[in-house]
Design a protein around this ligand. Structure first.
Ligand code: ADP
Length: 303
């Protein structure tokens, strides 16, 4: 199975004629409430591919929390280890998008910001029967490091999506990670030089490997993916698709990558699965609604 240790969020999206200035009240157009959070998105991505997937995380004791758990379950994610934290709200992102597509986003970490060692202990109970642990950086860093340690100790494959972008992450974390999967911006932030295309992505991958990760996969959006492993360096082109919205393409990639590794495929083949899942997510609007089921995924890979 796959275990995702990470964030669970609700996105509250308002479409507006233009973005607000201080002190202003504005009439908006539409309102959408959509489940999100990188952890939850990645769990949904792998569960929809038919892989037994658990999420370990926190929600608040509010109606958003209930909705979030229900929607995870509807996608087949096991939520027994989602803890209801009575002291805070569920994680919320308040998003306004104007007619030009510009946005303003306020993120309230809420329960995600309280993930701690207690959650790592629940995680540890699941690890003996798991194959892959998926981590992101939308929860406190000490919890991520402790989870990676527990994963390494249990002998599972530890995947880290270092998103949202950070300037640095603890040295210790690099050495606990089997596969790191930044996009160009995240890779650039970590290595301190601009990452844009295949050549700089290979360099970035090498820097990340020198810091202690076993394998580095740099996602280059519609260009594809570059992998740097102890054995070789290779490029996997993106699948050509009609792009509608790339939201959650990175989350789909991680779900697909983890799913393939869980099925015992090679790293190269797992990257192909990730790229296929990412491409499919780019063909549909939204985050979780754009994540493919196994039938769609298999048909896409066959064509
Ligand atoms: P993130 O969402 O983290 O920024 P990317 O945009 O790089 O990540 O997307 C992750 C992967 O999904 C890419 O490496 C690529 O394989 C696939 N992908 C993303 N956008 C497209 C697209 N427009 N067309 C085809 N594949 C895509």
């Amino acid at each position: 199975s796959i275990i995702v240790f990470g964030s669970i969020n609700i996105d509250l999206v308002a479409t507006v004629p233009r973005l607000l200035v201080a002190g202003e009240t504005l009439l908006g157009h539409d309102f959408f409430k959509v489940p999100g959070g990188k952890g939850a998105n990645q769990a949904v991505a792998s569960a929809r591919l038919g892989i037994p997937t658990h999420i370990v995380g926190r929600i608040g004791a509010d109606s958003f929390g209930t909705e979030l758990v229900n929607s995870l379950q509807a996608s087949g994610v096991q939520t027994d280890d989602v803890f209801v934290d009575e002291t805070v709200s569920s994680g919320v992102a308040m998003i306004t998008v104007d007619v030009k597509g510009e946005n303003q986003i306020i993120v309230i970490p809420g329960a995600n910001g309280r993930v701690n060692q207690e959650d790592v202990e629940r995680l540890s109970h699941l690890l003996p029967t798991a194959r892959v642990l998926l981590l992101q950086l939308e929860i406190p860093m000490p919890a991520v490091v402790a989870a990676a340690k527990a994963g390494r100790k249990a002998g599972v494959t530890v995947i880290l999506d270092p998103a949202p972008a950070q300037k640095d992450i603890p040295d210790e974390l690099y050495s606990l990670v089997d596969i790191i999967t930044p996009n160009e911006v995240e890779a650039g932030g970590l290595v301190g030089f601009s990452v844009d295309g295949e050549e700089s992505a290979i360099k970035a991958g090498e820097v990340l490997r020198q810091r202690g990760v076993k394998n580095a996969i740099v996602k280059l959006g519609a260009k594809g993916v570059v992998c740097s492993t102890p054995e070789d360096k290779f490029f996997i082109p993106a699948f050509p698709v009609d792009t509608v919205d790339t939201t959650a393409a990175g989350d789909a990639f991680n779900g697909g990558l983890a799913a393939a590794l869980c099925e015992g495929l090679s790293l190269r083949q797992a990257v192909v699965w990730g790229a296929a899942a990412g491409a499919l997510a780019a063909t549909k609007l939204g985050a979780q609604p754009s994540l493919a089921d196994r039938m769609t995924f298999d048909a896409f890979l066959r064509q």
